[in-house]
Design a protein around this ligand. Structure first.
Ligand code: AMP
Length: 426
C-alpha cells in the first residue's frame, strides 16, 4: 500500500514524499481511512509507530479542504493535547513538515517558559494548536484562546497523562470542548481507567491496535547483562568503548542517577549529557539538538524526559536500570528500531531487578537472550582485596539468591524478630 492509495490530498502527498516516506506504517494504513471518513478513533499505539502522521495527515487533509471550499479567518480548529513539552514540539514539527505545501498554520504551547512569545503567535492566528495541559488551561482561563471553533481534538499518550497526574486538567479541557467534533484518543496501554476516560471523549469510535510486539519487540535486538549494581557504570563504560554504538539513549530510573552516570562517564572521557525534569528547557533542548545532529553520542534520560524524543538514527537503547513497569520497557526499547530500522536494546539487570525482568518477559512474551561473556558479571566484579577477603566478598555479593523470575523482595527480607523480643500487645 502507498500513501496515494489512501486518497490523501496532493500537496500533503508531496510533503510526505519530501520527508522520504514511501509506505504508510501499519497504524497509518489502519487509522488514516477511518479518520478521512471523520469517525472517532481509539488508537492503541505507542510513539515510534508513526502515529503522529496517522493523526496529523488526515486532520491537515480536512483543514485544507475546508479552507479551499470557504477560506475564513484563522481560528483554532484542531487541538492536540500531549503530556510533555518535547512531545508537543515534536508533534508541531510533524505538522509543519506535512503542511509545507498548504496554507495551514500550527503552533505549540507548553509551560516552563514565559507565555509572551506563545501569546504573540496565537494572536497572529493558527489553525492547529499543540499543547500541554497546564499551559493550555492557563491561556484558556486568561481568555487568550477559545475552544469555540475546535472541530478536531486529539488526546495523545493518554496513559502517560494519567501517570503524570493530568487527569483533572484533562477533565476540565474536555468539559470545555464543543460537542460537535471529531475526537481521537491514543494510548500505548489500555487499562480500565484509560478505557473509561476514552468513553468520556469519544463517540462510537473505531478501534485501531498496533501491538508493541509487532512494532518493537520483534525488530529490536534485545539482550540482558546480569551485573551487580556497583558494576553497572563499569559495564556501561566498557560497552561504550567497545561496541559499535552510533548513538545511544541510556535510561536511568532517577534524575540523580542520570547526573551520576554523566559524571562517571566524563571521568572515563566519554562525553554525555543528561536530560530530566530538573534541567531547564533550554538545557534540555540544547542536549537534544546536539544528540539529534550526531554531535553527542550518549544521552542519559529519565523516562518522563525521554518521552517524545524523536531521533530516527538511534542505534542503541541501554536500560541502565530496568523499569518496574513492563510497558515502560516496551516504550524505552521503542526508541530504537523505528519505522522499519533495526536497533539494539541492552539491559542491565542486578539482583533486585530480576523480578522486573520476569514481568517484562511475560509482557513481551519473549525470553531476552543473556550476554554472559562480559567482564563485569558478578564473578568478575569486585576483585577481592588481600587483607579482608571474606568481608569484602560478602558485602559486594550478597548471599541471598534470587532465582531468575524470583521475587526481588527476597533480597530485602528482614531477619525475624526473636521470640523473646516479641512486641507486647496493648
Ligand atoms: P511517531 O510514532 O509519530 O513518533 O513516528 C516515529 C518516526 O517514524 C518519526 O521519526 C517519523 O518521522 C517516522 N515516520 C512516520 N511515518 C513514517 C513512514 N510512513 N515512513 C517512514 N518514516 C515514518
Amino acid at each position: 500500500m502507498t500513501f496515494q492509495d489512501l486518497k490523501i490530498t496532493e500537496p500533503i502527498l508531496k510533503a510526505l514524499e519530501a520527508q522520504g516516506y514511501t509506505h504508510p506504517t501499519p497504524i497509518q494504513q489502519k487509522a488514516i481511512p477511518i479518520l478521512l471518513r471523520k469517525r472517532d478513533l481509539l488508537g492503541c499505539a505507542q510513539t515510534g509507530t508513526g502515529k503522529t502522521a496517522a493523526f496529523s495527515v488526515p486532520i491537515l487533509h480536512h483543514l485544507h479542504h475546508d479552507q479551499q471550499r470557504s477560506p475564513k479567518r484563522r481560528k483554532i480548529k484542531a487541538l492536540i493535547v500531549t503530556p510533555t513539552r518535547e512531545l508537543a514540539i515534536q508533534i508541531a514539527d510533524n505538522f509543519t513538515a506535512y503542511s509545507r505545501f498548504i496554507d495551514i498554520k500550527n503552533t505549540v504551547i507548553f509551560g516552563g517558559v514565559k507565555q509572551g512569545n506563545q501569546v504573540q503567535t496565537l494572536r497572529q492566528g493558527v489553525d492547529v494548536l499543540i499543547a500541554t495541559p497546564g499551559r493550555l488551561l492557563d491561556l484558556l482561563g486568561q481568555g487568550i484562546i477559545t475552544f469555540r471553533d475546535i472541530e478536531y481534538f486529539v488526546l495523545d499518550e493518554a496513559d502517560r497523562m494519567l501517570d503524570m497526574g493530568f487527569i483533572h486538567d484533562i477533565r476540565k479541557i474536555i468539559a470545555r470542548l464543543p460537542e460537535e467534533r471529531q475526537s481521537l484518543f491514543f494510548s500505548a496501554t489500555m487499562p480500565p481507567d484509560i478505557v473509561s476516560l476514552s468513553r468520556k471523549i469519544l463517540g462510537n469510535p473505531e478501534k485501531v491496535v498496533v501491538k508493541p510486539e509487532q512494532t518493537t519487540a520483534e525488530k529490536v535486538q534485545q539482550s540482558i547483562y546480569f551485573v551487580e549494581k556497583k558494576g553497572k557504570i563499569k559495564l556501561l563504560t566498557h560497552l561504550l568503548q567497545t561496541e559499535p554504538i552510533k548513538s545511544v539513549l541510556v535510561f536511568s530510573r532517577t534524575k540523580h542517577g542520570a547526573n551520576k552516570i554523566v559524571k562517571m562517564l566524563d571521568r572515563a572521557s566519554i562525553q554525555a549529557s543528561a536530560i530530566h525534569g530538573n534541567k531547564s528547557q533550554t538545557a534540555r533542548q540544547k542536549a537534544l539538538n546536539s544528540f539529534k545532529s550526531g554531535e553527542l553520542k550518549v544521552l542519559v534520560a529519565t523516562d518522563i524526559a525521554a518521552r517524545g524524543i524523536d531521533v530516527d538514527e538511534l542505534s542503541h537503547v541501554i536500560n541502565y536500570d530496568l523499569p518496574n513497569v513492563p510497558e515502560t520497557y516496551v516504550h524505552r526499547i521503542g526508541r530504537t528500531g523505528r519505522a522499519g530500522a533495526s536497533g539494539k536494546a541492552l539491559s542491565f539487570c542486578d539482583t533486585e531487578e530480576r523480578a522486573y525482568l520476569r514481568d517484562i518477559q511475560k509482557t513481551i512474551n519473549q525470553k531476552i537472550p543473556v550476554v554472559t561473556d562480559h567482564p563485569f558479571t558478578d564473578e568478575g566484579l569486585e576483585p577481592i582485596k588481600e587483607d579482608r577477603p571474606f568481608r569484602q566478598k560478602q558485602s559486594s555479593r550478597p548471599r541471598t539468591t534470587v532465582a531468575e523470575g524470583g521475587s526481588a523482595s527476597a533480597t530485602n527480607q528482614k531477619p525475624r524478630r526473636p521470640y523473646w523480643k516479641k512486641r507486647r500487645s496493648n
